[in-house]
Ligand binder design. Structure first.
Ligand SMILES: Cc1cc2nc3c(=O)[nH]c(=O)nc-3n(C[C@H](O)[C@H](O)[C@H](O)COP(=O)(O)OP(=O)(O)OC[C@H]3O[C@@H](n4cnc5c(N)ncnc54)[C@H](O)[C@@H]3O)c2cc1C
Ligand code: FES
Length: 267
């Protein structure tokens, strides 16, 4: 692996260790820095000699932005070791994000590290008089992130029942709940997103009002390499956020993804 650096070198302003698996890194955005327009946009984070990976923006405000990372494998383990004043390299921001209407009540539904872009949506709703609620599921209580805007109501579910509802987060999506909201923001494992969107549509919601943030293996982040392709759409430039009406025209969704080598495999 080359030690050449890609992107802009930025210093970590602050870190928050939420639990052994989740850590947030806060950066100054400053002059010549990063302008994020919508929650759901992502950056390519580069650690020279380790790798470069896509990570969503978990919050952005004037002068600073953050990313929230789940420790999963070699790259995120190295990222976790970084502390305040350490530097890393960032390219972006990339992609289209969520187009939330702040004057309408919104429901976020997150699974696992899919909470990161949903927190960014919640942060943009914070301070508005409209309600934003999150349904958030993880495998156990140690993989739950509890930090979000104070005014956001969160309902939790864990696969093992160690916190909140015992079962899948999708079980908590009821017709009564769906009828309280005008827009829906979903990010998590693809099967979970598929079940979520199908349920919400079944309760009479227009698929255009449901936005899903897709994840695929990414290399360039700029629409060149094709590794993130889903049914002819490149997630890095055409997404990662799509409304469900567009996704219904993507037969690979919920069925196939490409691995690191570019080979298509069943999900
Ligand atoms: C648009 C987008 C936004 C993301 N936002 C976040 C986020 O906010 N927080 C977070 O913790 N994670 C996020 N991820 C996932 C993150 O990129 C992977 O968790 C990370 O790359 C894992 O690398 P690893 O070496 O630690 O683990 P590995 O063991 O290498 O991989 C663990 C998992 O991450 C996936 N992954 C590995 N490399 C890539 C890659 N180059 N592109 C896409 N997926 C990959 C693998 O398919 C595998 O399922 C995002 C992914 C995408 C596509
Ligand atoms: S990551 Fe290269 S085209 Fe999307």
């Amino acid at each position: 692996m080359s030690n050449k650096a890609y992107g802009k070198r930025i210093k970590i302003k602050e870190t928050i260790l939420h639990n052994p698996y989740y850590k947030t890194f806060i950066f100054n955005s400053g002059i010549g820095g990063f302008d994020f327009h919508f929650p759901g946009q992502f950056v390519m984070v580069h650690l020279p000699g380790v790798g470069e990976k896509p990570i969503s923006i978990s919050s952005s405000e004037i002068g600073q932005f953050s990313i929230t990372v789940e420790k999963k494998g070699p790259f995120t383990e190295e990222l976790f070791k970084l502390v305040k004043e350490d530097s890393l390299y960032v390219r972006g921001p990339y992609g289209d994000g969520h187009f939330g209407h702040l004057h309408q009540p919104g429901l976020g539904i997150a699974g696992g590290c899919g909470i990161a872009p949903i927190l960014a949506v919640a942060n943009s709703f914070a301070g508005c008089h409209n309600s934003f609620r999150i349904l958030y599921g993880a495998k156990d209580k140690h993989h739950l992130l509890f930090d979000g805007p104070e005014e956001t109501e969160v309902q939790y579910a864990t696969d093992d029942g160690s916190f909140g509802y015992h079962g899948f987060i999708t079980d908590l999506i009821t017709k009564e709940l769906v009828e309280e909201y005008d827009q829906f923001f979903v990010c998590g494992p693809e099967k979970m997103m598929k079940t979520t969107a199908e349920k919400i549509v079944e309760y009479g919601v227009d698929p255009k009002k449901i936005e899903l943030s897709l994840e695929r293996y990414m290399k360039c982040g700029e629409g060149i390499c094709g590794s993130c392709e889903v049914s002819g759409r490149r997630i890095c430039v055409d997404g990662p956020v799509f409304n469900y009406d567009e996704i219904l025209k993507m037969p690979d969704f919920g069925n196939y993804k490409r691995d690191r080598s570019g080979a298509k495999a069943k999900i």
